[in-house]
Design a protein around this ligand. Structure first.
Ligand code: ADP
Length: 495
């Protein structure tokens, strides 16, 4: 039998599934990736085919091994990281979903949230789950499926239906129905899990009319979940972890005050706040960080809905640029935005505003405004939104943030990174590998089976990082940021 040489992270994202191989030194070795269908049945509705996600994820795993002639026996463990909140309900006997997966972005359950707000559930939900009452999280999506699919609730009450986020669904399929479990990070995104008592909340289950038999066992993120049979060889699945918490860990943010931001379609800012639960007074949510050996840690989180997506919109719908990367050189062609601000409240504003009726605006346009100004204003808008969240985190934690670790597709944009550093007056640290989400899942799994000796990663060797330090005068920073808040006020009036 060959010795164990690698760990595999399965990264089940929102648009693609990836399988990534890491070696004993936690170095990236190879990856396979495949996209799957995005289903938009009507405005604001987003679905995935859960069976397709499993098929695609399995294909990337098998291709990763066969394309590099690696035997399953060389793999010490598999860690799964996943898009969070996305809701799958399936029949435990047939292993078939009864409806498409309802994706985290889907807004179809806003009316249920309004009803629960009217009934006064908001403070209870915040106190127990750490979340704000929003359609983003799984609870209202489960209720919607049970209310809508004929016969579903009766079937659920009989104990025939199971609910899972994508981690749970993949685990169930990869173990051929033998293991029905989730981890702390994913459970904390359902709006049904009490993050203080670490148990499913009976009052919420009752209020949403969700039978407890539908819910998975909650384990540590790093834990032996079960074996995945790969070409006759069992490989232990030894970690489940939501993607943002995996990236927090992959970035080495393991102590209170450590923070990271992922710049993708949206932005996800998480700060480790230690082992004591703390609620936000400034519009953020509290969530569970990755756990090992029953060591529980919390994180404060703020998300920006539209970040890289704003550049995508300027590219695909407005035609101002031909690639996202081009935004950097365009922004650098002008000294400033000439007073232009873009507030990309396409679907309302997230943290710290949580104003679902705000709509996008562009302000300060003059005859001298050109496309470079607009592109620059778009990149700056990403940084301003992130800064709003960083300020809320500082207010809540009372710890001045001095450093932010960055990852995600748009973090390769040096202009954006420098502007973020300037406007937030903090140091940004960018690792050489932006595969930190997969690394986080791999490290958790490898640590759990003893392949790695700690969860502290070493991806930040001095040679591999790029640091951005503030260069803007504080007076200029203040003036620019004040202009942003004026523009935000207009976006909030605009509907
Ligand atoms: P996700 O995982 O959310 O799908 P990625 O992390 O792959 O996204 O990042 C892709 C997003 O980042 C896209 O919205 C794209 O427009 C944006 N993006 C990618 N590269 C750049 C860049 N150099 N400058 C600005 N935005 C970028």
């Amino acid at each position: 039998m060959k010795t164990k040489q690698y760990v595999i992270a399965l990264d089940a994202g929102t648009t693609s599934c990836r399988a990534i191989l890491f070696d004993k030194n936690r170095r990236f070795v190879a990856a396979e990736s495949k996209e799957f269908k995005q289903i938009y049945p009507s405005a604001g509705y987003v679905e995935h085919d859960a069976e397709e996600i499993y098929r695609v994820q399995k294909e990337t795993l098998l291709n990763l091994l066969s394309n590099r002639e690696i035997a399953p026996s060389q793999i010490a463990a598999i860690g799964i990281t996943n898009q969070r909140e996305t809701t799958v309900i399936w029949d435990r006997h047939s292993q078939k979903p009864i409806y498409h997966a309802i994706v985290w972005q889907c807004r179809r359950t806003e009316h249920i949230c309004r009803q629960f707000k009217q009934e006064g559930w908001e403070p209870y939900i915040h106190k127990h789950t750490g979340l704000v009452l929003d359609a983003y999280f799984s609870a209202t999506k489960i209720k919607w499926i049970l209310d809508t699919v004929p016969g579903a609730r009766a079937q659920a009450k009989k104990g025939d239906l199971l609910f899972g986020t994508i981690d749970t669904w993949l685990l169930y399929k990869f173990t051929d129905g033998a293991v029905f479990a989730t981890d702390h990070t994913n459970a904390s995104r359902t709006m049904l899990y009490d993050i203080c008592s670490l148990s499913w909340d009976e009052n919420l289950l009752h209020a949403f009319d969700i039978p407890p038999s539908m819910l998975a066992q909650v384990k540590n993120s790093g834990d032996i979940y079960g074996d995945c049979n790969v070409r006759g060889t069992p490989i232990p699945i030894a970690a489940l972890c939501g993607d943002q918490q995996a990236s927090l860990l992959g970035q080495g943010c393991l102590a209170p005050g450590d923070a990271k931001n992922t710049y993708g379609t949206g932005c996800f800012i998480l700060e480790h706040i230690g082992s004591k639960m703390q609620l936000s007074k400034n519009g953020l949510i509290t969530t569970l960080a990755a756990s090992t050996h029953n060591e529980i840690a919390y994180a404060m989180e703020g998300s920006v809905f539209i970040a890289g997506a704003l550049i995508q919109w300027l590219r695909d719908e407005i035609g101002l640029l031909s690639s996202s990367t081009q935004s950097e050189e365009m922004a650098k062609k002008v000294e400033d935005t000439g007073g232009v601000y873009i507030v990309p409240a396409f679907a309302g504003l997230g943290a710290p505003y949580w104003d679902m009726s705000a709509r996008g605006i562009i302000t300060g346009i003059t005859r001298g405004t050109n496309k470079n100004h607009l592109v620059r204003a778009a990149l700056e808008a990403i940084a301003y939104q992130v800064n709003d969240v960083l300020i809320s985190i500082e207010k809540d934690t009372q710890i001045p943030l001095t450093q932010l670790k960055v990852d995600g597709g748009a973090c390769t944009n040096d202009f954006l990174m420098q502007f973020q550093s300037d406007i937030s007056q903090i140091t940004l640290v960018r690792p050489a590998t932006v595969e930190v989400t997969a690394l986080g899942a791999a490290v958790l799994a490898g640590f759990t089976v003893g392949f790695y000796d700690s969860i502290q990663n070493n991806s930040y060797s001095d040679a591999s990082i790029k640091i951005f330090s503030p260069q803007m005068a504080p007076s200029q920073q203040k003036a620019l940021f004040a202009g942003w808040h004026k523009a935000v006020a207009k976006a909030r009036e605009s509907n």
